[in-house]
Design a binder for this molecule. Structure first.
Ligand code: KIV
Ligand code: ZN
Length: 511
């Protein structure tokens, strides 16, 4: 980071707002993996969850707080006593804890959601900040739905919470309604009109409902904001949040323009994106900026010719600077334990004991027998497949007959709590037949909400990565499966989702 630039604080909320994406819930172990990668990437603040939302969220924040040393760890808390106490408890062992407390400040939210008078909201905000300051000197205050709040009221509440001890003031565009020029100008006016604004760092937090989250965040930066809240792959509630990789690379690439820089080690961006995608089962679209498979691929002859002659003719960033290239390496069936373990460590996975690694190594060997080359994406999917807390349902074997002009027929053997069941069914396609065969035994009464298949790597021997989203009684889960045979991957993903549904503490969210 060059010295004449201000520091832009990168606040990652993949584990909190990202997790609020329908079906993107993560287990504690998955959150720890992602947090380790974020720390390695040198993210400044990791929002690990919403401690009061559920016991699972509390334990995840606590575990991340215990694991991460080089980034601040933060928990969200509404501006009420029990939330703040729970957040403080979860963060007790953090090296650098932050409590992030919020209350809505727009007329529509105060009137209909909170049913509170503005004066009462102001008073509660101040009390919450003072309360949070009893546990840590790093308190962030957010004005929920800030972009639709009355300017004069915002000035008063911001001045009061800064006086009460908030060091960071976040004004979110909660519903993704803002527009870059307007949202940036809002920050400029706030900073000019709040008498003690120089005592706090201003922060942006944008949702992508109109596809403007990154543009709005960058406009805020141009108008004095020095913290950006964002997520890996733009994961998040509804259309998602501002994407971390796009913000960081925009600022890094246009140093001629932005008065800021970050301390992010960008070479970890692609591996982290892959990890989040394989854990959540949310694929990255091929044309996604920075981390999409096509982001650095030139198809047209004119472009290829230009790049070969002088790379900068068509490339504004280097693929290797964001972690493409160094993840293409390749392990195979002759690779030994040390090489596999070392690669996992480079990817941010450490193993608590030899037994845990042995299970992973065996899965690695099984996969290496089926395909020649094992890529980083394969290693992530091997890990992702080991972490379900309880495996009630397991696929023992699958046989699908498919012939043109006839309905496909699936025969399978299922293990349910250790007992073997056989089933068969016809379907309109081979995947449908496999799912029907499973349901003929399990009778889950779950609704299939999404089925998606992606190639984990390139080539016809690539693993197919399948995501199956099921809903039962209002609860959504994403099951994932990966195998070189996509029918097997599909059945595994379906069973993974059933395991999550049947598992009480699993990936359920409490909010
Ligand atoms: O979008 C939002 O307003 C939030 C706040 C809780 C920060 O996520
Ligand atoms: Zn949000």
């Amino acid at each position: 980071m060059s010295t004449n630039k201000d520091k832009l604080v990168i606040f990652d909320t993949t584990l909190r707002d990202g997790e609020q994406s329908p079906g993107a819930s993560m287990t504690k172990e998955e959150k720890i993996h992602i947090a380790r990668m974020l720390e390695r990437m040198r993210v400044d603040v990791i929002e690990a969850g919403f401690a009061i939302a559920s016991q699972g969220d509390f334990e995840a924040v606590q575990a991340v707080a215990e694991t991460v040393k080089d980034s601040r760890v933060c928990s969200l808390a509404r501006a009420v006593g029990p939330d703040i106490i729970r957040a403080a408890e979860a963060l007790k062992k953090a090296n650098a804890p932050r409590i992030h407390t919020f209350i809505a400040t727009s007329p529509i939210h105060m009137k209909y959601k909170l049913q509170m008078e503005p004066e009462k909201v102001l008073q509660q905000a101040v009390e919450a900040v003072k309360h949070a300051r009893q546990y840590t000197d790093d308190v962030e205050f957010s004005l929920e739905d800030g972009s639709r709040s009355e300017p004069e009221f915002m000035y008063r509440i911001i001045e009061a919470v800064i006086k009460a001890g908030a060091g960071t003031i976040n004004i979110p565009d909660t519903v993704g309604y803002g527009e870059p020029e307007e949202y940036g100008a809002m920050f400029r006016r706030v900073i000019e009109n709040v008498p003690n604004s120089d005592k706090a760092i201003f922060s942006t937090h944008c949702h992508n409902d109109l596809g403007l989250a990154v543009a709005n965040s960058l406009s805020a930066v141009m108008n004095g904001v020095r913290q950006v809240e964002c997520t890996i792959n733009g994961l998040g509630e509804r259309a998602g949040n501002a994407s971390l990789e796009e913000i960081v690379m925009a600022v890094r690439t246009r140093q001629d323009l932005y008065p800021v820089d970050t301390r992010i080690d960008t070479s970890h961006i692609v591996p982290t994106s892959r990890l989040v995608s394989s854990i959540t089962g949310f694929p990255v679209q091929p044309n996604k900026a920075i981390v999409g498979a096509n982001a650095f691929a030139h198809e047209s002859g004119i472009h290829q010719d230009g790049v070969l002659k002088h790379r900068e003719t068509y490339e504004i960033m280097r693929a290797e600077d964001v972690g493409w290239g160094n993840n293409r390496l390749v392990l195979g069936k002759h690779s030994g334990r040390a090489a596999v373990k070392a690669r996992y460590e480079e990817l941010g996975h450490t193993f608590d004991d030899a037994g845990e690694f042995q299970v992973i190594f065996q899965r690695f060997k099984d996969l290496a027998d089926k395909k020649h080359e094992i890529f980083d994406e394969d290693l992530h999917s091997i890990i992702a497949g080991t972490e379900e807390p309880v495996e009630h349902y397991r696929l023992a074997s699958l046989d699908v007959h498919s012939r043109s002009g006839q309905n496909p027929r699936a025969q399978l053997q299922l293990m349910i709590d250790g007992e073997e069941f056989a089933a068969e069914a016809e379907g309109s396609g081979p995947v449908d037949a496999a799912f029907k065969a499973i349901e003929s035994v399990v009778k889950s009464q779950a609704d299939l909400k999404l089925y998606s298949v992606n190639a984990v790597t390139q080539g016809t021997d690539s693993q197919g990565s399948v995501t199956v989203r099921l809903e039962r009684n209002g609860r959504l889960v994403n099951g994932v499966g990966a195998d070189t045979d996509i029918l097997v991957a599909s059945a595994q993903a379906y069973l993974d989702a059933l395991n999550l549904l049947s598992n009480g503490e699993s990936k359920a969210k409490g909010v």
